[in-house]
Ligand binder design. Structure first.
Ligand SMILES: Nc1ncnc2c1ncn2[C@@H]1O[C@H](COP(=O)(O)OP(=O)(O)OP(=O)(O)O)[C@@H](O)[C@H]1O
Ligand SMILES: [Mg+2]
Length: 347
């Protein structure tokens, strides 16, 4: 698929989606609150958030399906909804519950939808419909009436619809809804292969694990607000780390750790010793500056407070180190901390 070729302003903009102050009110409720999204071209962008956090409402505004109460949207470098006629042919979308005729087959439904699209070439329709059905693994059920489709099959048909023409941008709202683990894996692979062809993919999900595996970037929504956004690697790095020490000399270990400027805490004992944990001062990660209280105690260098320095100090003080690990807050821990809500991480 030549997704990025020849589109509006092709390759002349760095952001495929850009919103500023995007807001949607339903009466008293602010469903989307002052949202500044920046989706780089070529990214697989995970739009994460718990149920009701404003994902679908945002997506509807991006596509011009709902009017914003305030703020602006630019898609492919052009204003929406003002330029929707130029922009939308280059955007494939799957938004909650695509409507199909239940008494028609999957193939027939796609033919109708394609025929209703002004820019779609009738001459290539048959081949494009078959290709899209194959891409989503529905070829075997193409002739079946849609009313006999499972939820997952309908979801796949919705994705096939989004793939009928070459696209610069794909917007998928919870594309794995109703899919079994096998189907979920297939959608993931599909997104990967589309992204490899240069298509920018914006995919919403409340399933962290699913997005984490395929995304290059992510944004996290909580109650209508954006609480974090950026490359996945940066979001991961910004999580805090701690050390976990197993020793029969917990008291001495706590003294050493405190001297190094850490705040050790005893944890549940193990058969081979007591467990002591301490948040690692971010220092050894980058730019460590010991606080005034620490430097007043003694000269603690960044090397002292790095894991290898900590172990050296412990051993030097006669602490028997039977276990030592550096544990980093997982992306899931971080998201939960940011949204204050649990993510469903099941497949
Ligand atoms: N048409 C509407 N009228 C009134 N309130 C609405 C409307 N659409 C959405 N809302 C409210 O806006 C909030 C955000 O809803 P939205 O559907 O955008 O969330 P979501 O993040 O997509 O959730 P989910 O993960 O469940 O799909 C919810 O509180 C919802 O009840
Ligand atoms: Mg939704």
């Amino acid at each position: 698929m030549t997704g990025a070729a020849g589109g509006p302003g092709s390759r002349t903009y760095g952001l495929t989606i850009e919103t500023q102050g995007l807001t949607k009110r339903f009466g008293q409720q602010v469903a989307v609150n002052d949202l500044d999204l920046a989706v780089p071209s070529g990214a697989v962008f995970g739009f994460l958030g718990p149920n009701g956090s404003g994902k679908t409402t945002t997506i509807r505004m991006l596509l011009g399906l709902a009017a914003a109460s305030a703020g602006s949207v630019r898609l492919l470098g052009m204003d929406m909804p003002g330029k929707f006629q130029v922009v939308l042919p280059h955007v494939g979308a799957l938004v909650e519950g695509p409507a199909f005729y239940p008494f028609l087959s999957g193939t027939a439904n796609l033919h109708r939808l394609d025929a209703a699209t002004r820019h779609a070439a009738p001459a290539t329709r048959k081949i494009r419909v078959n290709q899209a059905l194959e891409q989503v693994g529905l070829s075997h059920a193409a002739g079946k009436r849609v009313h006999a489709y499972s939820l997952g099959m309908k979801q796949r048909l919705g994705i096939a619809n989004a793939l009928l023409s070459p696209r610069e941008l794909l917007v998928l709202d919870e594309p794995t809804n109703g899919l079994d683990p096998q189907g979920t894996r297939e959608v993931r692979n599909l997104v990967r292969s589309l992204a490899a062809d240069g298509t920018t993919v914006f995919v919403s999900s409340h399933l962290l694990a699913e997005v984490e595996q395929i995304c290059t970037h992510a944004a996290i929504m909580s109650a209508g607000r954006l609480v974090a956004q950026g490359p996945l690697s940066e979001l991961r790095r910004s999580g805090s780390a701690c050390i976990r020490l197993v020793t029969p000399d917990a008291r001495a270990a706590m003294t050493v750790l405190a001297r190094l400027g850490l705040s050790p805490e005893p944890a549940a004992a193990q058969p081979d010793g007591e467990v002591v944990t301490a948040a690692l001062a971010e220092p050894h990660i980058k730019g460590y500056r010991p606080g005034p209280d620490v430097s007043a105690l003694e000269a603690v260098t960044p090397a002292d407070a790095a894991p290898e320095g900590i172990v050296a100090h412990l051993v030097q003080a006669g602490v028997r180190v039977r276990g030592f690990a550096v544990e980093r807050e997982s992306l899931e821990d971080r998201f939960v901390a940011l949204t204050g809500e649990g993510f469903d991480v099941a497949q």
